[in-house]
Design a binder for this molecule. Structure first.
Ligand code: HEM
Length: 510
């Protein structure tokens, strides 16, 4: 420890003491939701750490004891956890605007969100509205989705070729890594209009995965007052941010050069016409600033494009892996899906197209059941109330994070018959899923994309990716278990809830 470290520890101890005295004397009224008793200074943080398992699994158990709404004090952060269908609906839909903002970002997250300039982290206000409206009109409106269909066709051909090659070399394929790579390449092309090599896609994917892991909550996030002693973590975050800039800024600049002169100054194929890439719209966007509107800076452009790639990759790839697990384990289910594909397309080798998937009810049911039984995220992103309010008769302070534990509603036996079973049929012919509205507008029965103001704006695009990839993979190959690596449905947390041991499957061309 050098002198600076000793000084920092001293300063931090004083700050922590002051925080503790101040927060004890200005405690919110005693009407917070109940919760597990905490320890002085650290609250429930150490109890959670001692359990040595992901927070989602801790909450899964606490819900049984504390029910629909409870409080956890995690260091300096107060969390209100909401778990019941009724309360989630009341907060997100009936009183949407009141719960539509985000809590403050930790110092590490601020490095990557460049001061909350991203749709997912922006406070509920003019900046968020401008960015979200631009996303909706420029990236995911139905005309744009159709216009960019060639990107998915190109990526799907590469995907199937890659699977064939891997199967030939290893005797099986890794489902998750292949799906991630393909979806990531689609999203990169949607953002920058460029076709880049798989090696480059892989390096972007690796950096963005590191960013996601770096920004998941860690001890420093629970003690912002101690920021000075976590200088090392901050340095690691800044180094990673530099690497993120190094791999994405050249794409932004290449696209800008292409827009200006119709040529691209680095060796890259600009395949999308002018105006069709997401970054084109961001380059021309004016966002609300302190003194009127202003253009976005390069740091912000990288953050906003990274957000699309990160938000859309793991969520969809995770869903595909879980869906294929069930199709590998249950060959009857897989045959039923294959027969639906052949029934619609015929057997003449025409690949399933984007328009086809809308007509496939069984495919839709398999995907919905996957979203229900294996929601990629068990919590929504952290929400916050715009001002102190009440929920279920309890106080929700403005500075608290409000965490919606949405996985529970899909496991609740009061809402689902035999919820543990994977049965796509529940979404067909009068089953218990037929009335489930995934937007949660009428009732919260399954909300894999959230609900209300902050509902995932990429919902239709993400669902299209999952439908199309699953249909093409089942159309092209029969999927079977590998005896050396039997499919194992144990869950693990890696930003999304993934299979602990990634699925490996053998494929036989149809
Ligand atoms: C299977 C696919 C997907 C799932 C399950 C999913 C799920 C979610 C969830 C649960 C949220 C948090 C909602 C909340 O905090 O209330 C979210 C937010 C978001 N998602 Fe997705 N997502 C998917 C695909 C995508 C795609 C493909 C994109 C982009 C192209 C995307 C972009 C976003 C953005 C920008 C937000 C932040 C919205 C805001 O704060 O206003 N997502 N998503």
């Amino acid at each position: 420890m050098d002198l600076v470290d000793i000084l920092m520890v001293g300063v931090s101890a004083v700050l922590l003491h002051l925080w503790w005295r101040f927060s004890s004397s200005s405690m919110v009224s005693g009407n917070l939701p109940p919760g597990p008793p905490g320890w002085p200074l650290v609250g429930n943080l150490v109890q959670v750490i001692l359990q040595k398992r992901a927070f989602i699994f801790v909450v899964r158990d606490l819900r049984k004891k504390y029910g629909p709404i409870f409080t956890m004090q995690m260091g300096q952060r107060k969390m209100i956890i909401v778990t019941s269908s009724e309360l989630i609906h009341e907060a997100l839909v009936k009183r949407g605007p009141q719960f539509a903002t985000r809590p403050p970002d930790s110092p590490i997250r601020l490095v990557f969100s460049v001061g909350k300039c991203a749709i997912n982290s922006a406070l509920y206000g003019p900046l968020w509205r401008t960015l979200r409206r631009n996303f909706a009109t420029e990236l995911v409106n139905p005309t744009r989705i159709r216009q960019c269909g060639w990107i998915r066709r190109w990526a799907m051909e590469n995907h199937l070729e890659r699977l064939k090659k891997e199967s030939h070399e290893k005797g099986f394929v890794e489902v998750m890594s292949n799906c991630r790579l393909t979806i990531c390449s689609i999203l990169i092309c949607l953002c920058f209009g460029a076709k880049i090599s798989e090696e480059e896609v892989k390096s972007i994917e690796t950096v963005l995965k590191e960013v996601m892991l770096m920004t998941t909550p860690k001890i420093p996030d629970f003690f912002p007052v101690l920021a000075p002693i976590f200088r090392r973590q901050m340095k690691l975050a800044r180094d990673l941010r530099r690497r993120q800039m190094d791999c994405l800024l050249p794409l932004v600049r290449a696209r800008r050069a292409f827009l200006r002169g119709g040529v691209c100054d680095i060796n890259m194929e600009m395949a999308s016409p002018v105006g069709a890439a997401y970054v084109d719209s961001l380059l021309g966007l004016q966002v609300p600033g302190r003194d009127g509107s202003r253009p976005l800076g390069e740091e912000e452009l990288v953050t906003l494009c990274s957000e699309v790639i990160s938000a859309g990759t793991d969520t969809s790839a995770t869903t595909l892996e879980w869906a294929l697990l069930h199709l590998v384990q249950d060959q009857n289910m897989q045959n039923k899906l294959y027969e639906e594909i052949v029934g619609l397309i015929g057997n003449d080798g025409r690949p399933v197209a984007e328009d086809d998937v809308e007509k496939m009810d069984y495919l839709g049911a398999v995907v919905k059941e996957t979203f229900r039984r294996h929601p990629p995220s068990h919590f929504l992103l952290s929400h916050a109330a715009t001002e102190e309010t009440e929920l279920a008769g309890y106080t929700v302070p403005a500075e608290a994070s409000v965490e919606f534990y949405t996985a529970w509603v899909t496991e609740d036996p009061a809402l689902w018959e035999r919820p543990d079973e994977f049965r796509p049929e529940r979404f067909l012919n009068g089953g218990d899923g037929v009335d489930a509205d995934v937007t949660g507008t009428k009732q919260v029965k399954m909300v894999p994309f959230g609900a209300g103001r902050r509902i995932c704006p990429g919902m239709n695009l993400g669902t299209l990716h999952v439908h199309l990839m699953l249909a093409r993979m089942v159309q092209a190959f029969k999927w079977i278990p590998v005896s050396d690596y039997p499919p194992d449905p144990t869950e693990a947390f890696a930003f999304t809830v993934v299979m602990k041991n990634s699925l490996k499957a053998a494929i036989v061309p149809r």
